[in-house]
Design a protein around this ligand. Structure first.
Ligand code: HEM
Length: 520
C-alpha cells in the first residue's frame, strides 16, 4: 500500500503554503468586502474637498446631530486628503464598537495642530495605543483609579470650606470660585501646591495652555494633516492661534508641564512637603525601573490638564440646574437634612445613604455633557459593522451628547431630555436604578481609554454638590426692576464644554449653615 511519510521540510513547506493561502484568502475577503458592502451613509461632499467645508464653517455639534437624524446611527464624512470621520450616534453602535471591539478601536488619531502648537508626546491621553501609553496610563490609574481615588477624599472634603467661604463673601463671582476650587484640588493632590487666588501664577499657564488646547482641537486641525500647506497659512488657524508664534505657544505648554513639577520637586528636595502624586512617585524611582522623572512630570501634567476644567464644568452645570429647578433643590436639601441633619456637613462616606443626591450628580453629568463628542478614537484595522465597511485609520467620534439626550427612548428613561430630572434614576423604593446610568457614556469608552480619573472626578463633583446643597440656597438673581434674570443651559463649543456664563443668587441656607462654613 502507498505510504507517504512527511519529513520536517515537507511539514515546513505545507505550513508555509497554509499560511500563504490564509493570507490570500483574508486579503481576497477584505477586497471582496470593500466592493460588496458600502461605507456608512453621510452628507454628500464636494469632489476632492469631501465634507471639509461643512466641518470648517458650521457648528459641529449641531451639524453632527442633524446628520445623525438624517443618516442614522453610523455616519461617515470624508475630509480633504481622504481622511474619514465616523460619528457614532447610538448607544448600540458605541457599545458594539468602542466597548466590544476596543482592541482595534482604542487608538487615538494624530492631533496635528496640537502637535504643532503644544506637542502631544507628553500627554498620554492623546498618544497612540502602544507600550508608552500603556505604561503611563498604568502609573496614572495606580494613583487615581477606583482603588486609590478614596485616598484623596480628605482634601476634596477639606477644600470645600474655603470655597463655601468665598461663596459667602462674593457670591456673584461664583464662576471664578468654582474654577479656583477645581484647580486647587488637583494642584494639591498632584503637586502639593496650594493655589491661593483665582489669578494665581501657578495656574496661569494651565489657563493659557487650555485655551491653546481648545483651539487646536477644532475640526480645522485635521485639515493641517490633509493639506500640510495649511501649517504655513496661519490665517486659517482657528481662534487666536493665527496671531501667535509657534514658539510662544510651545512655551506656554512647556511652562504648564514643567513649572509646577519643578516647584514640587524643590520642596521635596528641601524636605518641606506633604505627600502628593509627584512625591509618592519620585519616592519610588530606582535604577532600571521604567518609571523615570519625565514620566512622572508628564503624567502629573495630564492630571492637571484633564482634571481641572472637567470638574469645574460639571460643578458649574450643577449650579445652573439648581437655579432653574428649585423643586429639585428642595428635595435634595430635604434628603440631606433628614439623613445627615443640620449640625455637620456631608462627607464622601455618606454617598451611599443619599440616593437623591447621587441621582442629582448623575443627572448633572447627563444634562450638561462635559465632553459632548468625547475624545476621538482611531480605528486600527479595516472593520465591518452591519452592512458597513469602516476603513482602517478612520477617526471615530462618539456623539455622547446625542446619546445622553436621546438614548433609551423605549424605556422612557431619558424622555424629556432637556429637563433636569434626577427621578429618572430612582426606583419606586427610592434606591438608584443603575440600568440607565449616564456615567456609562459621560466618561468615555473601552476598558483601556475610558476616563482615567473618573472615580476621582466623581468624588470631587459629588462632594461639591452635597456640601453646596447642605449650606447654600441657589436661586435666580433679581434685576434692578425686581424681575428674575432668566437663565438657560447653553453649552460652550469645543472639546470640553461648560455652560456659557450666567448669573444666579447664592445665599446661606440658615445661620446654622453659615456657622458650619465659618467655624474651623
Ligand atoms: C466630570 C469629570 C470628568 C469627565 C466628564 C471626564 C470625561 C472624560 C472622557 C469622555 C474621556 C475620553 C475617554 C475616551 O477616550 O473614550 C476622558 C479621558 C481622560 N480623562 Fe477624564 N473626565 C473627567 C474628569 C477627569 C479627572 C478628574 C481626571 C484626572 C484626575 C481625568 C483624566 C482623564 C485622562 C488621563 C483621560 C485620557 C485617558 C486615555 O486616553 O487613556 N478626567 N475623560
Amino acid at each position: 500500500m502507498f505510504q507517504w511519510q512527511l519529513n520536517h521540510l515537507d511539514i515546513a513547506v505545507l505550513a508555509l503554503c497554509g499560511l500563504l493561502l490564509a493570507l490570500l484568502r483574508s486579503s481576497y475577503n477584505k477586497r471582496k468586502l470593500r466592493t460588496q458592502i458600502s461605507l456608512p451613509p453621510g452628507p454628500r461632499g464636494l469632489p476632492i474637498l469631501g465634507n471639509t467645508l461643512d466641518m470648517l464653517w458650521c457648528d459641529e455639534q449641531q451639524a453632527v446631530t442633524q446628520w445623525g437624524k438624517q443618516y442614522g446611527d453610523v455616519v461617515l464624512i470624508s475630509l480633504l486628503g481622504g481622511r474619514n470621520v465616523v460619528y457614532l450616534n447610538s448607544p448600540k453602535a458605541i457599545n458594539d464598537l468602542l466597548e466590544k471591539r476596543s482592541r482595534i478601536y482604542s487608538d487615538r488619531p494624530r492631533f496635528p495642530l496640537v502637535a504643532e502648537t503644544a506637542g502631544t508626546s507628553w500627554n498620554f491621553g492623546l498618544t497612540p495605543y502602544g507600550e508608552s501609553w500603556r505604561l503611563q496610563r498604568k502609573i496614572f490609574v495606580n494613583k487615581f483609579g477606583v482603588q486609590k481615588a478614596n485616598e484623596h477624599t480628605k482634601f476634596q472634603e477639606d477644600s470645600m470650606k474655603p470655597l463655601l467661604r468665598l461663596l459667602l463673601q462674593s457670591p456673584e463671582q461664583f464662576l471664578d470660585h468654582i474654577e479656583l476650587h477645581a484647580n486647587r484640588v488637583i494642584m494639591k493632590v498632584v503637586y502639593d501646591i496650594y493655589v491661593k487666588f483665582h489669578e494665581d501664577e501657578s495656574v496661569a499657564s494651565l489657563r493659557a495652555a487650555m485655551q491653546l488646547f481648545f483651539e487646536s482641537t477644532r475640526p480645522i486641525s485635521y485639515l493641517v494633516e490633509s493639506l500640510p500647506i495649511v501649517k504655513n497659512l496661519k490665517f486659517l488657524w482657528p481662534g487666536s492661534l493665527g496671531r501667535r508664534s509657534v514658539a510662544e505657544m510651545r512655551r506656554v505648554t512647556e511652562q504648564m508641564v514643567n513649572s509646577p513639577f519643578a516647584a514640587a520637586k524643590t520642596r521635596i528636595d528641601q524636605g518641606d512637603y506633604e505627600p502628593s502624586y509627584v512625591s509618592d512617585l519620585l519616592g519610588k524611582l530606582s535604577t532600571g525601573s521604567t518609571l523615570n522623572e519625565e514620566v512622572i512630570r508628564n503624567t502629573a501634567a495630564v492630571a492637571f490638564q484633564a482634571g481641572s476644567d472637567t470638574t469645574a464644568a460639571s460643578s458649574t452645570a450643577f449650579v445652573l440646574a439648581m437655579t432653574i429647578y428649585p423643586e429639585v433643590q428642595r428635595k435634595a436639601q430635604a434628603e440631606i437634612d433628614r439623613v445627615i441633619g443640620t449640625d455637620r456637613l456631608p462627607t464622601i462616606q455618606d454617598k451611599g445613604d443619599l440616593p437623591y443626591i447621587f441621582a442629582v450628580y448623575m443627572e448633572t453629568l447627563r444634562w450638561h455633557t462635559v465632553l459632548p463628542q468625547g475624545v476621538p478614537h482611531c480605528l486600527q484595522e479595516d472593520d465591518v459593522y452591519g452592512n458597513y465597511f469602516l476603513p482602517s485609520g478612520s477617526i471615530i467620534v462618539p456623539n455622547i451628547w446625542k446619546v445622553l439626550m436621546g438614548i433609551l427612548h423605549d424605556s422612557n428613561a431619558y424622555t424629556d431630555p432637556m429637563t433636569f430630572k434626577p427621578e429618572r434614576y430612582l426606583s419606586p423604593d427610592g434606591t438608584i436604578d443603575f440600568s440607565v446610568d449616564p456615567r456609562k457614556y459621560a466618561f468615555g469608552f473601552g476598558r483601556s481609554r475610558i476616563c482615567a480619573g473618573m472615580h476621582f472626578g466623581e468624588n470631587s463633583v459629588w462632594i461639591f454638590i452635597a456640601r453646596v446643597l447642605a449650606t447654600m440656597s441657589i436661586s435666580h438673581k433679581i434685576d434692578e426692576l425686581g424681575r428674575e434674570i432668566e437663565v438657560r443651559l447653553e453649552p460652550t463649543p469645543g472639546l470640553i464644554s461648560r455652560p456659557f456664563p450666567f448669573q444666579c443668587a447664592i445665599t446661606p441656607r440658615s445661620n446654622q449653615a453659615k456657622d458650619l462654613i465659618v467655624k474651623d
